[in-house]
Ligand binder design. Structure first.
Ligand code: SF4
Length: 385
């Protein structure tokens, strides 16, 4: 598979970029403080073909658990720090890569300039032979860039330029969106602008299989076929014991690119009810989240079929998120957005919070709202000329 001439970075026993084979990634969804379960899951994913396995770290207890996890798996480990940049010092001795999110860096200690935080992250990473990932996500944009044209691209570019300016080159970039067309566009633009920077590809909140696999294929296969992308993750909403399906899907994508049997535009009809859902991670606050997403898909199927059969209907998006960390932000653009708490599910319509509902009551309430939106959107599209 011909690749763009990106520079090479080392993550434990694997390399990405610089002509190395494309590396598959996945992520643990066990509680990070459950050292045994997390080490076991990391090893299972590694043995199944994930060259890099990510773990979420939010607290001192999570950070403290990493030493035990490290000792019990041979997987190459990456940590996801979200806004907890101060924990980098504690995690770096035990991992091979640190992912930070430029948007989240503004949340914790807003009085500390972001450049100071990134410089600190780079110093710590360099001292422990860790790579960094600048992980830009559509649901948690840099507040200083939110109103800009193409904020994801600009945010990634700014951080890449800053790391270059301080002499830190062991980094890669990811630009993740839930819309496959947006993933294609922003990664192509970044690869044109910074062809030497290794890219981690992914469609965020791709959802449940098979739709989540098709969404990922429709963005990642064309990119890889163009030589763009050095590592990939297929994010799927599946229970923990089926997480290796992410790796199978990533392998299928790489094989399709190799065989030149990639998904072409128009070959897959996504329908007019778009359910996006997060792949879950250690931050999930109620294990019922995956089951809720699956039940909602079944319950909304008749509406999905009715919408898809109507040419006058626009696409309606339902977002289902597993926690309060990314849930509130990543449901903003959906017609109906849910994020799950320990005992209740928060429901938003058009970005406005309608309330928190029990896990039993959320489905009927969501269906009520969905039927109403479907009626309104037929009317509004009829009024368009
Ligand atoms: S929304 Fe929350 S639970 Fe889901 S993957 Fe993102 S951080 Fe993890």
């Amino acid at each position: 598979m011909e690749r763009n001439p990106t520079r090479n970075i080392k993550i434990g026993s694997v390399e990405i970029g610089g002509g190395a084979p494309v590396v598959i990634q996945s992520m643990c969804a066990t509680k990070t403080t459950d050292t045994e379960a997390t080490a076991t899951m990391a090893q299972t994913l590694f043995d199944a073909g994930a060259g890099i396995v990510r773990i979420a770290v939010d607290t001192n207890n999570d950070a403290a658990a990493l030493a035990g996890i490290r000792n019990n798996t041979t997987a190459n480990l990456s940590v996801d720090l979200q806004e907890n940049w101060r924990l980098a010092e504690k995690v770096a001795p035990h991992v091979d890569k640190i992912r930070y999110n430029p948007g989240h860096l503004h949340h914790a200690e807003p009085s500390v300039p972001w450049r100071e935080k990134v410089e600190r992250l780079a110093d710590i990473a360099a001292a422990h032979d860790c790579a960094l990932r600048i992980g830009v996500n559509c649901g948690s944009l840099d507040p200083l860039r939110r109103e800009a044209d193409d904020p994801m691209f600009l945010s990634a570019l700014e951080h890449a330029e800053f790391l270059d300016s301080i002499g830190f080159t062991q980094y890669c970039v990811s630009l993740k969106e839930s819309d496959p067309a947006a993933v294609l566009a922003v990664n192509r633009r970044f690869a044109r602008e910074r062809p030497g920077v290794p890219l981690h590809l992914g469609v965020t909140e791709a959802g449940m299989p098979p739709e989540g696999i098709m969404k990922s294929r429709s963005a990642l296969e064309p990119l890889l076929a163009e030589g763009i992308g050095d590592t990939l993750r297929v994010s799927l909403t599946v229970p923990n014991d089926r997480k290796t399906e992410e790796i199978d899907a990533a392998r299928l994508i790489l094989e399709n690119v190799e065989r030149k049997t990639i998904l072409r535009p128009g070959e897959w009809n996504p329908g007019r009810l778009n359910i996006i859902s997060c792949p879950s991670c250690a931050r999930v606050q109620n294990g019922a989240f995956v089951e809720l997403a699956e039940n909602l898909r079944e319950a909304t199927r008749p509406v999905a079929e009715a919408l898809t059969a109507r040419p006058d209907q626009r696409t309606i998006t339902i977002a289902v998120m597993g926690c309060r960390v990314n849930g509130p932000g990543e449901t903003d653009d959906a017609d109906l957005g849910l994020w799950c708490g320990p005992h209740e599910v928060n429901l938003k319509r058009d970005g406005v919070l309608l309330g928190a509902f029990s896990y039993e009551d959320i489905q009927p309430r969501l269906l009520r709202e969905l039927h109403e939106i479907a009626q309104l959107s037929v009317k509004s599209s009829k009024n368009e000329c």
